[in-house]
Write a protein that binds this ligand. Structure first.
Ligand code: OSB
Ligand code: MG
Length: 371
């Protein structure tokens, strides 16, 4: 049976993070992004979120490149083709190189619509089995060590299952030691967002004494060769984020020994179908995976929750509660984390309603495409 899309809407939103989020490559405060919406003949609505940032600091995509690629290439493909299952969307998008976040924003909406038409939760539609998921929180670079320690204490008190600390040269070994001293048993990890090079091997080896769960993306954002060299010299497991943009790169990274853990982000890999393929491969190869985050609104968060219900998501992800990021989220209810656990919604699709009042507050414009 085909999925008859009647209308597609692109909503451009602008939301302000409660606090600036600092990484090795830049600071985020205002977040502009798209909510995608597909509507079928019966009046079902499927929602997706585009996760590209305003600047190409994390990977090459931006808000503007996503809009260009969606409008000029991807939406026309959706318009011209019949789809009976969301897995076909990534196949149809195949001739368009990369631009994974643009692809994922549209594919996600089709997945939500599909699940709603099947009267199934998105988690179940993906083959997920968990009813609840464990999550951690990612903590940005802070002005002072004391502020970092206080922020960690707050998240520990809230019950988050692991703490990820953003690092960069000059904000790394000493601050991680300070954290380890104050929290001897804390499950903790560090994310460098590609701020180091092979010249830093000696320095990075000193991290081995900190008992980190992993170090995320220490080297180049498109590298898997140097990471293999580094992993052979480190006891701490390397987790790849930026470098993994497809099943193919995941296979090569595992083959080369570039990492022991993979962070799967739906947007970075081009959608839920590709994310699931990487998950299945990692399961077969006994590689642990977890779900990363892109400072999403509730819609992206709901997609992350659904994906995390798959069994090989054995490590807590970055899907923290809405209130860690937003004064008011765009979904009802907001994503709530209790003692580091999110209850997976059972309602059809993403399992959260859109909060129209909040949407109206954040929407800059909406563009409608008739199919
Ligand atoms: O590398 O995972 C990353 C935020 C912005 C850009 C890149 C990353 C991050 C995070 C935060 O670590 C993830 C989140 O809390 O959504
Ligand atoms: Mg990362």
């Amino acid at each position: 049976m085909s999925i008859p899309i009647m209308q597609l809407k692109l909503h451009k939103l602008n939301m302000k993070l409660k606090e600036p989020f600092r990484t090795s490559f830049g600071t985020f405060q205002d977040k502009e992004f798209f909510i995608t919406e597909v509507i079928d003949v019966k009046g079902n609505h499927g929602y997706g979120e585009s996760v590209a940032f305003s600047s190409p600091w994390y990977t090459e995509e931006t808000v503007k490149t996503s809009l260009h690629v969606m409008e000029d290439f991807l939406i026309p493909i959706l318009k011209e083709n019949e789809i009976s299952h969301p897995d076909q969307v990534s196949e149809l998008f195949q001739p368009i190189k990369r631009n994974n976040m643009a692809k994922s924003a549209l594919e996600g909406a089709v997945w939500d619509l599909y699940a709603k038409r099947e009267n199934q939760s998105l988690a179940k539609a993906l083959g997920g089995e968990k009813n609840e998921i464990e999550v951690g929180v990612s903590i940005g670079i802070k002005p002072t060590v004391q502020e970092l320690l206080d922020t960690i204490q707050e998240s520990v008190d809230e019950g988050y299952k692991r703490i990820k600390i953003k690092i960069k040269p000059g904000w790394d070994l000493d601050i991680l030691k300070a954290v380890r001293n104050k929290f001897p048993d804390l499950p903790m990890m560090a994310d460098a967002n590609s701020a180091y090079s092979l010249k830093d091997i000696g320095h990075l080896q000193k991290f081995d004494e900190l008992d980190l769960m992993m170090i995320e993306q220490p080297l180049g954002s498109d590298d898997i060769v140097d990471h293999a060299k580094l992993q052979s010299e480190l006891k701490t497991p390397i987790c790849l984020d930026e470098s993994i943009h497809s099943l193919e790169t995941a296979k090569k990274a595992v083959e080369l020994g570039s990492c022991k853990i993979i962070n799967i982000k739906i947007g970075r890999v081009g959608g839920l179908t590709e994310a699931k393929k990487i998950h299945d491969f990692c399961m077969a190869r006994n590689i642990a995976v977890w779900c990363g985050g892109m400072l999403e609104s509730g819609v992206g968060r709901a997609h992350n929750i659904a994906l995390t219900t798959l069994n090989q998501f054995v490590l807590p992800g970055d899907t923290a509660g809405s209130s860690k990021y937003w004064e008011k989220d765009i979904i009802k209810p907001e994503v709530v984390v209790e003692n580091g656990i999110i209850q997976v919604p059972e309602q059809p699709g993403i399992g959260y309603e859109m909060d129209d009042t909040a949407m109206n507050e954040y929407v800059e414009w909406t563009k409608v495409f008739h199919f």
